[in-house]
Design a protein around this ligand. Structure first.
Ligand code: TRP
Ligand code: SF4
Length: 328
């Protein structure tokens, strides 16, 4: 397993939240012990939908790196790098764009979905349509064996495999076909009960602690049918209960019972949750505070990861140019 390569990326849209942690990063922290892992901040990808306003661009990259560090990624065990530092991604994207039929991009389900969802943004751009091609370059340039992703990203991995096959068929066997690593993500709802998402403003950030965390947990939506403490509640429609399932498994049966019987109040239930979340997150919050007090570490982390990424991508690009006979 040691030399199998794992690669994944995250967009720097700001500080990471619990959805990012339980959906992806928690798994990355495990994977770094088993594989040769490359994790990167996909800042060029963030431009595909956010090119109009780049004022938070640099700050968002720092936030993400601090979060990855806080969550337990260890630069002695994995490589953490910045996409835009490794220009080879752009070169391979360009070459792939020559061999990728437009129809493959147009029929990509995420393309139509996001166009509809982000109808307020002008994303009828070359870059946005071609984003899965860039993602294929991100993955194949490391000759990754496995790509841990959420279900929403599966079409992109499939497209990556198709592009690999097409390249290998047209020129030479350069790229292995990567496989997705689907993780059973623990799903946490947002504070308001909808899916946790930055665009809904209902997230808890990994870095939230103290008063900030207190305020957010105490404002969570519970069973709206419960008015008095003695009203029987339905934990199945309560976000606080969904959180207990992740942070306080032990007490889930009793909370379930007391809630239905109307013998615990929601305020008490939330206070209990706050305590459990605080305990669970303690090591992460301590590391977050440490790196906030040592901001020079952010650059050190990226520089070290960039070096490894650079070495590996230069090697692949040499093979690519030779295979395509553009090594004049
Ligand atoms: N498209 C991914 C997302 O939006 C981010 C990403 C870019 C990625 N390149 C990747 C993920 C390569 C895995 C592998 O979340
Ligand atoms: Fe939710 Fe707890 Fe209130 Fe029940 S008692 S509705 S589980 S907060």
């Amino acid at each position: 397993m040691e030399n199998k390569v794992v690669l994944s990326g995250t967009r720097p849209t700001g500080a990471l939240h619990y959805g990012n942690y339980f959906g992806a990063v928690e798994n990355w922290v495990r994977l770094q012990n088993e594989y040769d892992c490359y994790f990167f901040v996909a800042d060029w990808h963030a431009l595909t939908t956010g090119y109009e306003d780049t004022s938070n661009y640099k700050n968002n990259i720092s936030e993400v790196v601090m979060d990855l560090y806080a969550c337990g990624l260890d630069i002695d065990k994995c490589h953490i790098f910045l996409q835009s530092s490794i220009k080879e991604h752009a070169e391979l994207n360009l070459l792939f764009s020559m061999i990728t039929p437009l129809s493959w991009l147009e029929r990509c389900p995420t393309y139509k979905d996001m166009l509809a969802q982000l109808s307020d943004k002008n994303i009828k751009t070359h870059g946005f349509l071609g984003y899965p091609c860039l993602q294929a370059a991100d993955i194949l340039i490391y000759k990754a064996d496995f790509v841990p992703v959420g279900e929403d990203q599966l079409p992109h991995i499939e497209l990556t495999r198709e592009i690999a096959r097409r390249f290998n068929f047209l020129y030479d066997e350069v790229f292995p076909e990567p496989a997705p690593l689907l993780t059973k993500a623990k799903v946490l709802p947002g504070l308001d009960g909808r899916k946790m998402s930055k665009s809904y403003g209902n997230t808890i950030a990994i870095k939230d602690r103290g008063d900030e965390l207190n305020k957010k947990i105490m404002s969570m939506v519970t069973d709206p049918g419960r008015i008095k403490k003695t009203d029987p509640g339905n934990p199945d429609i309560c976000s606080v209960f969904a959180f207990h399932k992740v942070f306080n498994e032990e007490e889930v049966p009793s909370i379930n019972e007391y809630c239905r019987a109307g013998t615990i109040g929601c305020v008490e239930c939330k206070r209990n949750l706050l305590k459990k979340v605080t305990e669970y997150m303690k090591p992460i919050h301590e590391r977050r505070e440490y790196i906030e007090n040592h901001p020079e570490l952010v650059r050190e982390i990226i520089n070290k990861g960039n070096e490894a990424a650079k070495t590996r991508t230069m090697e692949t690009m040499k093979k690519v140019r030779t295979a395509m006979k553009i090594d004049w």
